[in-house]
Structures are given as C-alpha cells and as structure tokens.
Design a protein around this ligand. Structure first.
Ligand SMILES: O=C(O)CCC(=O)C(=O)O
Ligand SMILES: [Fe+2]
Length: 227
C-alpha cells in the first residue's frame, strides 16, 4: 500500500488536501478489502464496516449528500467505495468540494450560517440536526448537507426565504463545486474525506456492484481492523 501512503503524504495531491483519492487494485473483493483495510490503518481508524451495494439499474440520481448525516453528533470522517462490477452505462460517482460550496454560499445566501436542517434516516430511528455550514477543525467552513427529501426538515433559516429557495441556492453552489465525476472500472477504490466532500451517484443501466466502507462508524463497526 505504498501508493496509498504516498498519496496521503504528498502535499497538494494528498487526500487530506484534495479531499479524495482513487486507487487501482487487482480486481475482486479481496484486493479491495485489503486496500480499504490498509487505508484504515493509515488513518488510525479502529474499525470499518463493509456494505455490498448491488443493483441491476436505476433511473434516478442518488441525491447529493454527506455520508451518515443522520448519525449524531458528527458524520464519519472517511468512507470508501470499491468497484466489483461497473454498470454497463452510467453509474458515475460525483464528488463536490464542500469547502468551495461553503465559500460560494457565503456570497449567494445571506444568513447561510443560520440554516439548520434535521435529517432522519429512512431506514432507522436516528435523527440529527446539522448546521448547513459547519466550522471544521481542519478544513474551515464546509458544507454539511443532504438534498431535499421527505425526511429532511428545515428547522432554522433566514427570514423571508422559503425552504425551496434555500435548497435551490445550495444545489447551485454544489453544482459549481464539482471536483470529480468518476467512471468506474473494476478494482478501483475511491477514498473520500467526508468532512470535506459531498457525493452523489448518476443513474445507471446494467448490474452495478460496489463495496462501501465506512470507517469508525459508531452504529456499524462491523469489521475490526487487525493491528
Ligand atoms: O454507489 C455510489 O456511488 C454511492 C453510494 C452512496 O453514496 C451511498 O450508498 O451512500
Ligand atoms: Fe453515500
């Protein structure tokens, strides 16, 4: 995993600066899991959970989001996506720079820092309230957000602006902050700093089989990294 170490430590290119990194591994689950595990060790993670994302197609975009937003108090720092089978068409993963989006929002939405949204999980009882723009220890002001769903509830916002208008301005700032549109090949592993970046997934046709790794997820510490 010297490539991982090198990317993490090379100033200006590293994950901690750019917010993401793409690694190529041998095809197959074992290579992806061992690369993901090595990354966990490098960042000092104590555990990671693995989820298979497997679907035969989707006409819909997966909305832009910060991972594990519904698990209070702070979303996980890192997650990774590994590709077992890329879709026949589409299925790109997009990354948005939350630092740039926060900067743009400061100019385009008066009172942006007043906005707070309550996020509920569609699948579990968890609920968490987050400011739209948070002050990250390492990154400074950064966007923390999930696109509008039935499970979002705007609990604070500036006077004289509707929920729909807030969402529209945030989506516009994100559209101007695209950092990566990744077309998958089998064996690739995308490492993401979830405190810097937001992500989404394009519609796709054909079987798409991914592995999703979440590091130090308090709710699902499924796999313990050997030391
Ligand atoms: O499949 C992808 O590219 C992203 C999936 C995702 O964001 C998620 O499951 O939270
Ligand atoms: Fe996600």
């Amino acid at each position: 995993m010297s490539e991982t170490s090198e990317r993490l430590r090379t100033p200006g290119r590293g994950l901690d600066v750019r917010g993401y990194s793409v690694l190529r591994t041998a095809r197959g689950q074992d290579a992806l899991i061992s690369a993901a595990s090595a990354f966990g060790k490098l960042t000092g993670a104590r555990s990671f959970g693995v989820t298979h994302l497997r679907a035969a197609g989707s006409d819909a975009w997966l909305g832009r989001h910060t991972e594990t937003l519904t698990d209070p108090p702070v979303p996980i720092r890192y997650f990774a996506l590994g590709c077992l089978v890329p879709a026949a068409r589409g299925g790109e993963t997009l990354l948005f720079d939350g630092r740039k989006a926060a900067r743009l929002l400061a100019g385009s939405l008066h009172g942006a820092r007043e906005v707070r949204i309550r996020y509920r999980s569609q699948y579990r009882p968890e609920v968490a309230d987050h400011s739209l723009i948070v002050e990250d220890e390492q990154h400074g002001p950064v966007l923390r957000f999930r696109s509008a769903t039935d499970n979002n509830e705007m609990i604070a916002k500036p006077a004289g602006i509707s929920d729909a208008e807030v969402y529209a301005v945030v989506e516009d700032a994100e559209s101007r902050s695209v950092a990566l549109i990744h077309s998958w090949r089998a064996g690739e592993l995308l490492l993401v700093d979830n405190h810097a970046m937001l992500h989404s997934r394009a519609p796709f046709a054909g079987l798409r089989h991914m592995l999703r790794f979440r590091y130090d997820d308090p709710l699902h510490p499924a796999v313990i990294i050997a030391r």
